[in-house]
Write a new protein. Structure first.
Length: 230
């Protein structure tokens, strides 16, 4: 007999992990699927257009970084293995790149809407499972919205950065595209290190809260209104 009941811990972990797996898997598969439809079969040939989460998990970005940040700073930040896209193989590289980039965030918004609609079945689920299901669906709504908003920040290599490169004039687009090699460092600095520095200095430097948190709150209200919850 176990010295303690692990059920609450397992329940709490799965409430976060399962929505995260669905959100990441569908997000990345959507990129590859749209790229395939628009002429680039790179991700398709590599088996990345799949709902198998193991094909999209990056050991460092999906597991190690989020775990370290959650334990040290309470910030759930990480990334999946990027879906390979050869933009030169797209039929209309400049415009098709925008649709490929938008596919991920749009899929997350759709998942958030579906999760909100599924909340209506919670009253028909036995009480023991209803609490878990409600928490998981609410977590799915929050996570998918944050993932969509975060990825639409206009910084390469985020999806919003690729959209911006696709719509900006050439001179600005080339400069923005050239920032991709420093993109991850810049994102970590702005969204994670700045708030930590602000806490030490007694200043409000929560860039993540302003750029992601506030838009996410409005997006969540919009989805809950759309699905009849408010």
């Amino acid at each position: 007999m176990l010295p303690f009941d692990p059920t609450p811990i397992i329940s709490a972990i799965t409430v976060f992990i399962l929505p995260a797996i669905f959100a990441i898997t569908f997000h990345e598969a959507a990129h590859g699927f749209v790229a395939h439809k628009l002429g680039d079969d790179t991700a398709w040939r590599m088996g990345r257009v799949t709902f198998n989460p193991l094909r999209h998990i990056d050991l460092f970005g999906t597991i190690v970084i989020p775990l370290v940040l959650i334990l040290t700073a309470g910030i759930p930040f990480g990334y999946a293995k990027p879906v390979p896209v050869n933009f030169n193989q797209l039929r209309h590289p400049r415009t098709d790149m925008i649709w490929v980039a938008l596919a991920g965030p749009v899929t997350n918004i759709i998942l958030a809407i579906v999760s909100a609609l599924l909340l209506y079945i919670v009253p028909f689920v036995p009480e023991a499972g209803a609490r878990w299901l409600q928490a998981a669906l609410q977590g799915s709504i929050n996570l998918n919205i944050v993932l969509a908003v975060f990825n639409m920040l206009p910084l390469p290599p985020l999806d919003g950065g690729r959209v911006a490169v696709g719509i900006l004039p050439d001179a600005l687009a080339f400069r923005l595209a050239g920032m991709e090699r420093y993109g991850l460092v810049l994102i970590v600095g702005l969204l994670i290190l700045m708030p930590m520095l602000g806490q030490r200095l007694g200043m409000d430097l929560d860039v993540f809260g302003y750029l992601v948190g506030i838009p996410s709150a409005y997006a969540k209200y919009g989805i809950l209104w759309l699905t009849g919850h408010v």
